[in-house]
Design a protein around this ligand. Structure first.
Ligand code: F3S
Length: 276
């Protein structure tokens, strides 16, 4: 049996930075408070919780300190944290901060913004707060017409398209092409593909490996956006794909029947889960 492991599998630099800095904090303080899960991976979360990380749902639950995770948070959260005199450790990924800055700049310059991403994903919820009131989240093709209607009704003539960092490259391209085809001629369109390099690399490598193997194993959190995208990509190129969080979900009898197996892991999957 041949096993091909993706070179880009595992933690991206944004997640690695967040996990390392949180570990450093936990070595020096008894408890640190994180707004939502630090990363979308149960094994990493469990380990950090054992060391004293407390996951909270709202800022008011924090005591003395708060960690902002790599997905970022709504801009109002910073004000709340300041009011509550919390010490803020901001671990928002620089790639996400870059999108917040672009959104702020274009919104201030009078653009309407389409943010392509999952409506319920924490990164999208955070980014939309930087887009001003003239903005719409486009998750699927069906959202485009409604979004364009709102854009035309706003009487704004300039439209910016942005993306969540972990969105599917293929879906982003197809949504943008569709908008370009149907948008009114007098509208000025600017497109910024803000899917991050870590996502791009992992998606491209998954496609390459999945087209060459008999079976694909994707390792990562089942609630992780980027891991799910890798699984969806694999299913397009390989007939036998599974998504697992740990090796305990693997049946050796099942995988023994395949000659060539590919392995990929999401950007929030620790090396430990891949190696074991
Ligand atoms: Fe940052 Fe992209 Fe990772 S936005 S946290 S480098 S998946």
């Amino acid at each position: 049996m041949e096993i091909v492991i993706g070179k880009s599998a595992g933690f991206c630099f944004g997640v690695a930075n967040a996990v390392n800095k949180t570990n450093d904090l936990l070595n020096t303080s008894e408890k640190s408070y994180c707004l939502g899960e630090l990363v979308h991976n149960n094994q990493v979360t469990d380990e950090l919780q054992k060391k004293g990380l407390v996951i909270i749902d709202n800022v008011e639950q924090a005591k003395n300190n708060i960690i902002i995770r790599s997905h970022g948070v709504k801009k109002q959260i910073y004000k709340k944290a300041e009011k509550l005199r919390l010490h803020v450790t901001d671990l928002t990924c620089p790639k996400v901060i870059k999108i917040h800055n672009i959104a702020t700049e274009y919104s201030n310059n009078g653009y309407y913004i389409f943010l392509i991403g999952q409506k319920d994903h924490p990164e999208t919820i955070a980014t939309i707060s930087y887009c001003g009131k003239n903005a719409t989240i486009i998750e699927k093709q069906e959202d485009i017409n409604k979004g364009l209607e709102k854009f035309y009704n706003s009487n704004i003539k300039k439209l910016l398209i942005l993306s969540q960092t972990t969105y599917s490259l293929e879906k982003f391209d197809s949504i943008v092409s569709f908008i370009k085809e149907i948008i009114q001629e007098n509208a000025e369109l600017e497109v910024k593909n803000t899917i991050c390099d870590a996502t791009r690399l992992r998606q491209e490598e998954t496609k390459k490996i999945a087209s060459k193997v008999d079976m694909m194993i994707i390792i990562g959190g089942k609630h992780s956006s980027n891991t799910n995208k890798l699984y969806n990509i694999s299913t397009k190129y390989c007939k036998n794909c599974i998504l697992i969080e740990t090796k305990d979900e693997l049946s050796l009898d099942y995988i023994k029947q395949f000659e060539k197996i590919g392995i990929m892991a999401g950007a929030s999957t620790p090396q430990k889960s891949i190696e074991t």
